[in-house]
Design a protein around this ligand. Structure first.
Ligand SMILES: Cc1cc2nc3c(=O)[nH]c(=O)nc-3n(C[C@H](O)[C@H](O)[C@H](O)COP(=O)(O)O)c2cc1C
Length: 275
């Protein structure tokens, strides 16, 4: 399975850049794995790192190497990218194989609580991505201004003025990954309490859930009768699992389909903090 690494240039617990990066992960099709990459534990790069610091850098580099593409979301700090993001990019630019970012497609987005959407930071990041040998995909101008408003009520991004733009960028990122052709006609519309599964604009299924502190409670999975037995309920389950993974939630399988699903895939249940 191909992997997309999600990187956010912030160490803040409630970082908006990280929220946007996770929501980009939700737009990735079920055939590709979106994996958050933490930069919180990385030391500042220098040439006298302790054994522990070297191990932290090594683990980070190995994760970067496993990725086939990246989504990088940067805030803007004093008209530039934050030091923690520059440091992380520098760390994986040094290896026996050269830059581990090289030849990998990248979606670049910037966020800001202000009005300019982090334009300067985005320009810097784009230039840096090119220096590191990455391949930025179109649209390369994703500046999300006034980002606080997008997450005023929920962690899931539902704003129609931003979502189509992000979806287009993710589709282009998938298309730029060698061996990935975005052929599926299925679309997931993810809301704060339900996922609608559409095929060519027609709703063919739906999952409902509650998002309570630390858990995702799966209440129902329904598929339109004429679309049953095509694996669509399983596709909805995979999307729910992706939400839980990206947002660090445990899963409560309340409806009978979700219970049967985890009985059939016990390894998945084990990895997912089933509650
Ligand atoms: C020291 C500092 C400098 C900042 N400079 C800028 C800036 O130059 N341009 C801008 O649009 N926002 C600026 N901001 C606002 C940040 O973009 C905003 O706080 C953002 O939410 C931080 O990203 P995060 O939520 O992912 O941590 C600044 C914030 C701080 C704390």
């Amino acid at each position: 399975m191909k992997r997309i690494g999600l990187l956010a240039g912030s160490l803040r617990a409630e970082s908006y850049a990280r929220k946007v990066a996770r929501n980009l992960g939700l737009l990735v099709p079920n055939t590709v794995l979106a994996e958050p990459i933490s930069i919180a534990h990385l030391p500042l790069l220098h040439d006298h790192l302790s054994r522990r610091e070297q191990d932290a850098c090594q683990a980070f580099k190995e994760q970067v190497q496993r990725m086939d593409a990246f989504c990088i979301v940067t805030p803007e700090i004093n008209r530039g990218i934050p030091g923690c993001l520059k440091n992380a990019l520098d760390i994986a630019s040094v290896s026996y194989q050269g830059s581990l970012w090289e030849h990998k497609p990248v979606l670049i987005a910037s966020v800001s609580t202000g009005k300019l959407g982090g334009l300067s930071a985005s320009q810097q990041l784009k230039q840096l991505a090119l220096v590191l040998g990455m391949q930025p995909v179109q649209p390369t101008e994703i500046y999300i201004s006034d980002v606080r408003r997008l997450f005023a009520d929920h962690e899931v991004l539902t704003d129609d003025s931003v979502l189509p733009f992000l979806k287009l960028a993710v589709d282009n990122l998938i298309a730029a990954m060698p061996g990935e052709t975005p052929t599926s006609t299925l679309t997931f519309q993810i809301g704060t309490d339900k996922i609608r599964l559409l095929q060519q604009e027609k709703q063919v299924g739906q999952a409902t859930f509650q998002w309570s502190t630390g858990s995702l409670v799966i209440s129902s999975i329904t598929i339109e009768p004429e679309f049953e037995h095509r694996g669509l309920a399983g596709q909805l389950m995979l999307k729910l699992i992706m939400i839980a993974r990206l947002f660090n939630l445990g899963i409560v399988a309340k409806c009978s389909y979700s219970q049967a699903f985890f009985k059939q895939h016990p390894a998945l249940g084990k990895a997912l903090r089933l509650q």
